[in-house]
Write a protein that binds this ligand. Structure first.
Ligand SMILES: CC(C)(COP(=O)(O)OP(=O)(O)OC[C@H]1O[C@@H](n2cnc3c(N)ncnc32)[C@H](O)[C@@H]1OP(=O)(O)O)[C@@H](O)C(=O)NCCC(=O)NCCS
Length: 440
């Protein structure tokens, strides 16, 4: 979409905030003073320490092509500093079956502590959703710091993350031993090749999202350091027997007082093939002088637990929802993903913001292709399963990780026909657990 970053501020929210004496507007990303003030307001919102000038300059570069908005209070002590921030951009999301849907990513939602709980964030979010919908996007998404804020806006958790901690003294590698080669390389040497490997890896996992160039620079240790960060990353790459790069891991050692490292911290592991996956994990787990491998940001469903001699040595902790979806166009989105059993479904969807409610018919053919459209009542097959749910529950189900049956038992979806939830699960459930390996 061209000129995305200049899509105008939603009139309704602008007027509402103006009635409270506040100005809601876009940040001109060519105006370095304005950008600097916006970035500092965002840092204040998340209680981050003051960034270095070098880091600020890098962050300013990173938001050049984003839609950056702020709220200003002309009566505050420093009226040029925003008291509210939000930022959005277009980002690809993998859906079940491996296709990519273009979504409206929202980030940097902050309101100054002096201005909280008077509805400013509400208008920031409402305006983002309405603008996204007007721009024709079928969904919005975000990663959340607090899980209690976003369901009122129709968002729901749809893809997860977990931390793996492997006690390497307890395990032998029992998985495959691929025939390719491993090479220790400077992380920066992966900058050109890593995005293509990731693009191949991510299509397997519903919930995975694009990684932007600035994220790659961060992952590969090329950005100015944030407060408390270290610059001691190591990378290993796996080339298959033909010599082609198929995966890599980035990691660092955590040194004990004795002088020996004893913990290996994996900051990223991307594998385009199962061979690359096995070779990289084997390399990390068999590292000498290491008693523990610690890997955050992993899937909740990692094969590595089945590739070692003692499954209990692989602990999964901090399992949590990471990516939240807000559906804006039900038929368009339902028609984008693959399904895993044929069927016909009538979905009666409520939406307290009135953006995407209605009754929809989804038919899934024998090849798993889905067609959805608003339902007139006339053309539903007699055996259609009928479900009543809110737009948030549909968001939770969309990537195929959540069970409609569980939501029905929780009283969150209604079954209007016998076994409707179980039939929905048979079609919707994804063989790969939805996973997102980053946050934004
Ligand atoms: C979270 C934050 C943006 C909220 O801003 P705000 O302007 O005070 O929020 P609003 O007054 O518009 O509140 C909107 C709704 O969200 C609720 N809400 C706001 N902050 C909340 C919180 N931290 N936890 C739970 N609910 C919250 C409000 O109660 C209100 O709901 P209601 O109208 O149904 O009662 C602000 O407190 C902040 O900047 N926090 C630190 C940064 C942060 O956590 N950002 C979120 C990133 S994921």
């Amino acid at each position: 979409m061209s000129d995305f970053e200049n899509l105008p501020i939603d009139d309704h929210s602008r007027q509402l905030l103006a009635e409270g004496g506040l100005r809601f507007g876009l940040v001109d990303t060519a105006d370095s003073d304005m950008v600097r003030r916006w970035l500092l307001a965002e840092d204040r919102g998340f209680h981050d320490p003051l960034p270095s000038d070098e880091l600020l300059a890098a962050q300013a570069r990173d938001l050049q092509h984003d839609r950056v908005s702020g709220v200003w209070d002309p009566t505050s002590a420093s009226p040029a500093d925003p008291i509210g921030t939000v930022r959005s951009w277009l980002m690809g999301l993998t859906v079940p079956g491996g296709d990519t849907v273009s979504a409206w990513a929202i980030s940097a939602v902050t309101v100054a502590p002096t201005h909280r709980r008077r509805g400013i964030a509400r208008e920031l979010l409402n305006s983002e959703l309405r603008t996204a919908q007007r721009a024709g996007l079928p969904l919005a998404m975000l990663t959340v710091s607090e899980a209690t804020i976003y369901s009122r806006f129709g968002f729901a958790p749809a893809a997860d993350q977990a931390t793996l901690t492997i006690d390497t003294n307890r395990v032998r590698w029992t998985g495959p031993v691929p025939g390719g080669r491993l090479h220790i390389v400077p992380p920066s040497s992966l900058l050109d090749a890593a995005p293509a490997i990731f693009a191949r890896a991510r299509v397997r996992f519903p919930g995975e999202i694009d990684r932007r160039p600035e994220l790659w620079r961060y992952i590969l240790g090329l950005n100015p350091l944030k407060h408390g960060e270290r610059d001691d990353l190591v990378a290993v790459r796996y080339d298959d027997e033909a010599g082609d790069l198929q995966g890599f891991a980035v990691y660092r050692f955590e040194h004990e007082k004795t002088g020996y490292p004893s913990r290996l911290h994996v900051t990223d592991l991307v594998a385009a093939t199962d061979d690359a996956y096995a070779a990289l994990w084997r390399y990390l787990i068999e590292m000498d002088l290491i008693s523990e491998v610690h890997a955050p940001l992993r899937s909740i469903d990692e094969p590595v637990a089945w590739q070692v001699s003692d499954r209990r040595a692989v602990q999964k902790t901090n399992e949590h929802d990471q990516l939240w979806l807000r559906i804006l166009d039900v038929p368009a989105l339902l028609s984008e993903r693959q399904y895993f059993a044929p069927g016909a479904f009538v979905l009666t969807v409520s939406d307290n913001l009135g953006l995407a409610d209605g009754e929809f018919l989804l038919t899934v053919d024998a090849d798993g292709r889905g067609q959805a459209h608003p339902f007139s009542g006339a053309d539903a097959p007699a055996d259609a399963a009928h479900i009543t749910l809110s737009i948030a529950e549909l968001g939770a189900l969309y990537l195929g990780g959540m069970s409609a049956l569980v939501l029905a038992r929780a009283g969150r979806v209604g079954e209007e026909t016998t076994d409707a939830a179980a039939r929905l699960d048979a079609s919707f459930h994804s063989p790969y657990a939805p996973w997102v390996s980053t946050s934004f």
